[in-house]
Design a protein around this ligand. Structure first.
Ligand code: ATP
Ligand code: MG
Length: 524
């Protein structure tokens, strides 16, 4: 038999090529070291940054540190079942979560898996979205123009938030940060009646990070009671879960929100809270031996928050024409309420300063105010909304114009008045007015107010109607006045609820005379 050398070489070459391509479809490595929720893996040469890797018993991990001779991964899920020497496969995919309408009303973890015991969430592979996405580009954005009404008087009147804005909620522990968010979510029911298929309905995503399970259960119960879960997703990475799940959950939550935004819908997302997310990130990074910087955070903790919050934006009306691949509708928005917890009101710590500089304003909550009974405990002096003024409803803008100044004057005079010396009438008037306004802006939990109701209440304060009555009677007066308006001038109230309605002389006349009529009834 004759051997043809060229045939032999071609067969061998083909075999070798086949062998190589077979071997390269699956990159495998071995666990070198594992513990504290992180693993070092040897042999994953072609691993990407943030790539999903699979350990032997179905445990997943994310590659975060690509070093010369090993890959540092965080483990998602049951870390105790991973052992040294285990085989690790890279998947070639980045971490993705299911998105879409099916998630509304559900409580899911950072991987989008249900946690509420209500069965599987019916989504297909088309619904999967990578949790890390690039933010909309400059041309795809628009300045904020529409209001995102929180239903809280002190916020909508003085620190208005627009759709697409990032407004930080910052304060010490137990100052009512979560309460503000819950009320804002409940208030969104006014936008579309709570029907998620109504295009006007603002959808909500509440991301709980490192919180007690009991707090999350309470939030869920409150939202269910208020009928707000029909348009809300809760993404929960509670204190008992791995640090990896805690620091990844905001990205997952944002991916879910982006699905709606890209279809032209409006979304409100709350991250409660980013301090705990930064703690989780710091923990993982120290375990992976990244060099620690200020306050032992890794060098990229600023980017951790800026890349997240940049994804909240107002999209331009023709975004779907500019980029039809990405957007199926224009004009959508994500409004973000990130929460940061301070220690003893110290806003100059690392994470608070970072997030203050990233966001478009902050709502500052103060323990002193909270304990003295001013709730919500908003410190008006240092709270700002840098872009929201453009989105405030015109009627509210007109009525609440003098509010900030009046309150600032009051706070200054209050200090003098304590000396008890004789005060001139102008000072006395400013003190009375201020005290009434402080009383007026107090608001209980779970009772967000409609635009019309807020405007009428604030008009009573700024026009001086309240100056005539006792401080203690302010809440019952305002409540009565709103009832009176709803009963006798329903048409005006409905008109004022349309956020584009202007504060005309006619409306002002009606509200003024209603105030007078009601004052008479009230004092009688
Ligand atoms: P944590 O730091 O624990 O997350 P937090 O800042 O989120 O706290 P909340 O849990 O919202 O604070 O509120 C703390 C307490 O204050 C709760 O018991 C809540 O019921 C109460 N509270 C909050 N807002 C109001 C309000 N407007 N009126 C009355 N009570 C309120
Ligand atoms: Mg809270």
């Amino acid at each position: 038999m004759e051997l043809n050398p060229s045939e032999v070489t071609s067969v061998l070459k083909a075999e070798i090529e086949n062998f190589q391509s077979e071997a390269s479809t699956e990159h495998v490595g071995q666990v070198l070291q594992v513990g504290d929720g992180v693993a070092r893996v040897y042999g994953l040469d072609h691993c990407m940054m943030s790539e999903l890797v699979e350990f032997r018993n179905g445990v997943m991990g994310v590659a975060l540190n690509l070093e010369e001779d090993n890959v540092g991964c965080v483990l998602l899920g049951n870390a105790s079942s991973v052992k040294e020497g285990d085989v690790v496969k890279s998947t070639g995919k980045v971490i993705s979560v299911p998105t879409g309408d099916e998630l509304l009303g559900r409580v899911v973890n950072a991987l989008g898996e249900p946690m509420d015991g209500r069965g599987v969430i019916q989504t297909s592979s088309d619904d999967l979205r990578p949790i890390e996405q690039t933010a909309p580009t400059v041309v795809e954005r628009e300045p904020v123009t529409e209001p995102m009404m929180s239903g809280i008087k002190s916020i909508d009147a003085m620190i208005p938030v627009g759709r697409g804005q990032r407004e930080l909620i910052i304060g010490d522990r137990q100052t009512g940060k979560t309460a503000l968010i819950i009320d804002s979510i409940i208030n969104q029911k006014n936008t579309g009646g709570g029907d998620p298929s109504n295009p006007e309905q603002v959808l909500c995503v509440y991301n709980a990070i490192g919180q007690k399970q009991s707090t999350v259960v309470e939030v869920l119960r409150r939202l269910e009671e208020a009928g707000a879960m029909s348009y809300t997703i809760i993404v929960n990475a509670s204190a008992s879960e791995e640090a990896s799940m805690q620091f990844l959950s905001p990205y997952s939550a944002t991916a879910m929100a982006e699905r709606f935004r890209d279809a032209g819908r409006h979304v409100l997302i709350a991250y409660d809270d980013l301090t705990k997310q930064a703690y989780a990130y710091r923990q993982v990074m120290l375990l992976l031996r990244r060099p620690p910087g200020r306050e032992a955070y890794p060098g990229d903790v600023f980017n951790l928050h800026s890349k997240l919050l940049e994804r909240s934006a107002k999209l331009s009306r023709n975004a779907h024409e500019l980029n039809p691949e990405k957007y199926s509708g224009g004009g959508g928005s994500i409004t973000a309420f990130p929460v940061v917890e301070t220690q003893e009101g110290d806003v100059s710590a690392y994470v608070p300063t970072n997030v203050i500089s990233i966001t478009d304003g902050q709502i500052f909550l103060e323990s002193d105010l909270f304990y003295s009974g001013v709730r919500p405990a908003v410190n008006v002096g240092i709270s700002v909304s840098r872009v929201g003024g453009a989105a405030q409803t015109p009627a509210m803008k007109k009525v609440a114009g003098g509010l900030r100044i009046n309150l600032a004057q009051f706070r200054e005079l209050e200090a003098f008045a304590q000396f008890g010396s004789d005060l001139d009438t102008a000072t006395q008037q400013a003190l009375t007015r201020g005290a009434r306004l402080v009383e007026l802006l107090k608001q209980g939990q779970y009772v967000p107010l409609k635009n019309s109701e807020q405007i009428v209440s604030i008009f009573a304060g700024t026009s001086g109607v309240l100056d005539e009555i006792e401080n203690a009677q302010v809440p019952s007066f305002v409540e009565g006045l709103v009832e009176h308006m709803n009963a006798n001038h329903a048409d005006v109230m409905i008109e004022l609820d349309q956020w584009k309605t202007k504060w005309t002389n006619e409306i002002e006349g009606t509200v003024k005379s209603a105030c007078e009529t009601f004052s008479g009834q009230f004092s009688a």
